[in-house]
Design a protein around this ligand. Structure first.
Ligand SMILES: C[S@@+](CC[C@H](N)C(=O)[O-])C[C@H]1O[C@@H](n2cnc3c(N)ncnc32)[C@H](O)[C@@H]1O
Length: 198
């Protein structure tokens, strides 16, 4: 078992290797429910691996923060890696990180705006780290569901720190297929649920 200082050191090494700066907790004034932190690199990569991302996937981090998950995802060959983020300062940081990361195998785009108005037409794999409360989550899921009629496909979703999982369960079009509890001893500070379209 590694202590928190060792995890910090491992994260710092991962950032140096990727040539990005995504560490640090910040406040989200629009959402007191969100902690605006991020998983360790080790845990992020484990979650992405479990999502079983393929070259034909379009990966979207809804509420992408400074882009740690985007940069880890873009190390895998994929059609596109997309971030959606409403905090302009954080969008700037994510774009800088996307531009300077080493070892990119997929294109990254970061869109500034509200997730309720974003375009999910091509999204096949989605990541969420407790970005918003129940109302916004409901609206985003409805928007996503509408795209399934237009472009039928299977959508997988990883939801870390899943505080609004009841909204997903009641969506009617998503089913949960796995759940990982928090494992601080493995650097996994929050649990993650995995969902997919029925
Ligand atoms: C907990 S942080 C997660 C950052 C990133 N996904 C990660 O795991 O490294 C949640 C982010 O969601 C963003 N956010 C909250 N509400 C949003 C909304 N309605 N539309 C877009 N982004 C939003 C916040 O600004 C914050 O940066």
């Amino acid at each position: 078992m590694l202590d928190r200082y060792t995890w910090k050191l491992r994260n710092a090494l991962a950032e140096a290797r990727l040539n990005v700066q995504t560490a640090g907790v910040y406040l989200d004034p629009s959402n007191p429910d969100s902690c605006c932190s991020t998983l360790s690199y080790h845990s992020t990569r484990a979650v992405l691996q479990f999502l079983d991302l393929k070259p034909e996937d379009v990966f979207v981090d809804i509420g992408c923060g400074k882009g740690r998950v985007l940069c880890c995802a873009a190390q895998l060959p994929m059609r596109a890696v997309i971030g959606i983020e409403m905090n302009p300062e954080v969008v700037r940081a994510a774009r800088v990180n996307a531009a300077r990361m080493r070892g990119r195998k997929a294109p990254i785009s970061v869109f500034e705006g509200d997730a309720r108005a974003a375009d999910y037409r091509d999204a096949t794999a989605i990541y969420l780290f407790n970005p918003f409360g129940a109302d916004v989550m409901g609206a985003v899921l409805e928007r996503l569901e509408c795209t399934l009629a237009e472009n039928p496909r299977t959508v997988r979703l990883a939801y870390t720190y899943p505080r609004q999982d009841r909204v997903l369960a009641h969506s009617g079009w998503l089913e949960q297929y796995a759940e990982w509890p928090a494992r601080p001893d493995l650097g996994m500070t929050h649990g993650t649920q995995f969902w997919r379209s029925r």
